[in-house]
Design a protein. Structure first.
Length: 287
């Protein structure tokens, strides 16, 4: 199953039109864009007890009620409980990705060994069948999400916010199924997109600026902070970026740090600044 690597701004600036060749588009390859193959097989479930819309709704509810609580350890709650859920109402690729994550979460809940990071455990035949059914539906929805992402890219009808959401959701899904290298690649691609956007939108001291985002009406603070946290994961798990990148990123959040208050209003605000300082320190050590 192919996972899109969203070098979206490169596509936009070079005006490259995909020829949709197989296995990879010749024009995309020449422009430096490619697919990454996760190596996972997918077959459509042969039958479901409920119609597809009802099944999607149940997985969506599972994501909302249970999956998001697990994300709160790594991301701010408002990112998933507000931003992602609200966006899923009008962005098909977000909706399909959310359903996919809910379904894969349900499968791993039944059989943790379906995530490659876990050791195999004993499951009954019925449990194994149910877990695989959830897993197959998850990949069906994930493929729909990827198709929607590709449609946005090919029509050049996208925004930096959409690109970041696509990278974040792809990271989460691939991480759930244990494809850590692919997940990390999505995280790095999204972080690069964010840095490109932020370099074009200098942070200013105004009532319209957020703590992290120079234009929160375009890209919310929650989304910027999510990639700041992902950057820490990249730095401590699997960082393939070169010295030049780290030399640039050691100045990450200069404007935010310059405007850091003497006292913080709550623990969440303190954590934001702490994470920025930690990331800057790691990047400095890697230069």
């Amino acid at each position: 199953m192919a996972t899109l690597i969203l070098t979206i701004f490169t596509i936009r600036k070079r005006h490259v039109k995909c020829d949709e060749g197989r296995p990879e588009c010749t024009r995309c390859l020449k422009a430096g864009m490619r697919y990454v193959i996760s190596g996972l097989s997918f077959t459509r479930p042969s039958s479901l007890l409920l119609n597809e819309s009802e099944v999607e709704h149940r997985y969506f509810q599972h994501f909302q009620d249970q999956t998001t609580s697990g994300f709160s350890m790594n991301f701010d709650n408002s990112l998933w409980n507000r931003l992602i859920l609200q966006t899923s109402r009008h962005e098909p690729f977000v909706r399909h990705a959310v359903v996919a994550i809910g379904a894969i979460s349900k499968s791993i809940q039944i059989d943790p060994s379906l995530n490659r990071a876990y050791e195999p455990i004993g499951c009954t035949k019925h449990q194994n069948q149910m877990a695989n059914l959830h897993r197959k539906f998850a990949f069906l929805e994930y493929s729909k999400s990827l198709k929607e992402m590709k449609h946005i890219i090919l029509n050049a009808d996208f925004s930096p916010r959409q690109a970041l959401l696509a990278s974040l959701l792809s990271f989460c899904f691939e991480n759930f199924v244990g494809n850590r290298p692919v997940a990390m690649y999505h995280a790095q691609a999204g972080h690069q997109i964010l840095q490109t956007w932020m370099s074009e939108h200098p942070h200013s001291i105004s009532s319209n600026a957020g703590i992290l985002s120079p234009a929160p009406h375009v890209v919310e603070d929650d989304l910027v902070y999510a990639f700041a946290q992902l950057d820490l994961q990249i730095l401590t798990i699997a960082d393939a970026r070169g010295h030049k990148v780290h030399d640039s990123l050691k100045h990450l959040g200069d404007d935010t740090i310059a405007n850091m208050p003497a006292t913080f209003k709550d623990i969440n605000e303190a954590r934001v600044y702490w994470d920025i300082v930690m990331a800057r320190s790691y990047h400095f050590l890697l230069t």
